[in-house]
Design a protein around this ligand. Structure first.
Ligand code: HSE
Length: 434
């Protein structure tokens, strides 16, 4: 059978990895796919020394790949929302299948893209968009199809996890580690996407839609970054038996779906609390299977290429099947998506870590306890340190039971208004993941 002809758009970190893996493992891949996969065109703006493209035709015009009648599958690896959207929609309109690693594109424009793909009967595959090389979309969409999913929680930004791990283990500074993550090709073109949780929110949006059968709703995701975390909080969390991770949490409740990314204390003995460096991990809790954990490299050249090429193999295998019988983009049949709402962060519930800087006076603890109890907030534990020499202030660290964010925000406002409380109360959510 003739090989399937693929056009790779973008020859950066992931594009060059994809080209190299396709070339190196061509024989194995053909044995799996049932046909060869030939890169018939590459769109690149500048040469990439990490990739010997040999005699493969090159163009500087990405849209030329979408218009090339020879190409069966367009691989979109240029990133961003604008040109990538145009490229993908053009490829679909021209009857081509699409493979993309672009989480921003899928999270923001996926509903539109999937609708067009259904009209044209083509596949849009996007495994590499979430958690790099971990086949978590496939696991959630196919392997766990029997389950009602209760929650998904994941470390889904490699750069952020690398920064937090290096800061904790080696006492390195934030900018220093971020610069290394950029040099290693982990970070987004705009690294604020990594450290402010936007990249993780893109990925969480995709996971939530596949887990719960809801349309993609990135605009409703709550996002909080890691830039304000201090080594003091990392240390107090450790002393209490927790690790701080930048976690994406999607939880189904009777009221709606929680969709949130924020720094989170996790008990240090959970496997996921020990996921370090650029590694990602996603926990999925289903009613039949219980808790599962998917772990692996969440970013980087060949781990991400692994997912792109696996999608290509899936596309090749599915090319002859009836479009109505293919695996649906968001796991659920398109006419069976639910309108269960995504909750605002105020309606979400979690336990909390609070750090209060208080004056060293009698009765402060009683005032703090009274503010919390008036709002039904149950204290799980309290740690009070000695007054600090430089300012005489006493750090007071509390862990609470679960409470809605609305009540916690009210309590924090009241705490910050106390004469004996100095500065902002530090608040980090806690998830026990059990
Ligand atoms: N910037 C992303 C990360 C790349 O660090 O996880 C993979 O999506």
């Amino acid at each position: 059978m003739k090989p399937v002809k693929v056009g790779i758009c973008g020859l950066g970190t992931v594009g060059s990895g994809t080209f190299n893996v396709l070339k190196r493992n061509a024989e194995e891949i053909a044995r799996r796919a049932g046909r060869g996969i030939e890169v018939a065109q590459i769109a690149q703006r500048r040469p990439n020394p990490q990739c010997d493209t040999g005699s493969t035709p090159i163009t500087a015009e990405v849209l030329a790949v979408a218009d090339n009648p020879e190409i069966d599958v367009v691989v979109e690896l240029i990133g961003g929302y604008t040109l990538a959207r145009e490229l993908v929609l053009r490829a679909i309109a021209n009857g081509k299948h699409v493979v993309t690693a672009n989480k921003a594109l899928i999270a923001v424009h996926g509903n539109e893209i999937f609708a067009k793909a259904r009209e044209q009967g083509v596949i849009v595959a996007f495994e590499a968009s979430v958690a790099g090389g971990i086949p978590v979309i496939k696991a959630l969409r196919e392997g766990l199809a029997a389950n009602r999913i209760n929650w998904v929680a994941g470390i889904i930004n490699g750069t952020g996890n690398f920064i937090l791990s290096e800061m904790r283990e080696k006492d390195r500074t934030f900018p220093d580690v971020l610069a290394e993550a950029q040099a290693l090709g982990y970070a987004e073109a705009d690294p604020t996407f990594d450290v402010e949780g936007i990249d993780a929110a893109h990925k969480l949006t995709i996971l939530a839609s596949i887990a719960f059968g809801i349309p993609l709703q990135f605009d409703k995701a709550y996002t909080e970054g890691i830039t304000r975390l201090t080594t003091a909080d990392v240390g107090y969390a450790e002393a209490l038996g927790y690790r701080i991770k930048h976690l994406g949490v999607a939880r189904s409740t009777d009221q709606g779906i929680e969709l949130r990314v924020h720094p989170t204390l996790i008990p240090a003995d959970r496997l996921i609390a020990n996921v370090n460096g650029v590694m990602n991990a996603v926990m999925v809790n289903g009613d039949a299977v219980g808790s599962t954990l998917f772990y692996g490299a969440g970013a980087g050249q060949e781990p991400t290429a692994s997912a792109v090429v696996a999608d290509l193999v899936d596309v090749v295998r599915a090319m002859t099947s009836d479009p109505e019988n293919r695996v649906p983009h968001l796991a659920f049949q398109p006419d069976a998506l639910s309108d269960h709402p995504v909750l605002s962060i105020e309606a979400c519930e979690s336990a909390y870590y609070l750090r209060i800087q208080a004056k060293d006076h009698p009765g402060v603890l009683a005032q703090v306890a009274s503010i919390l109890s008036a709002r039904g907030i149950n204290i799980e534990s309290i740690m009070q340190k000695e007054a600090e020499e430089h300012d005489g202030l006493v750090p007071m660290i509390l862990l609470t039971h679960r409470v809605t964010e609305r009540h916690m925000v009210e309590a924090i406002t009241a705490l910050e208004a106390l004469d004996d409380v100095v500065g902002d109360v530090v608040r980090i959510r806690v998830e026990h993941l059990n």
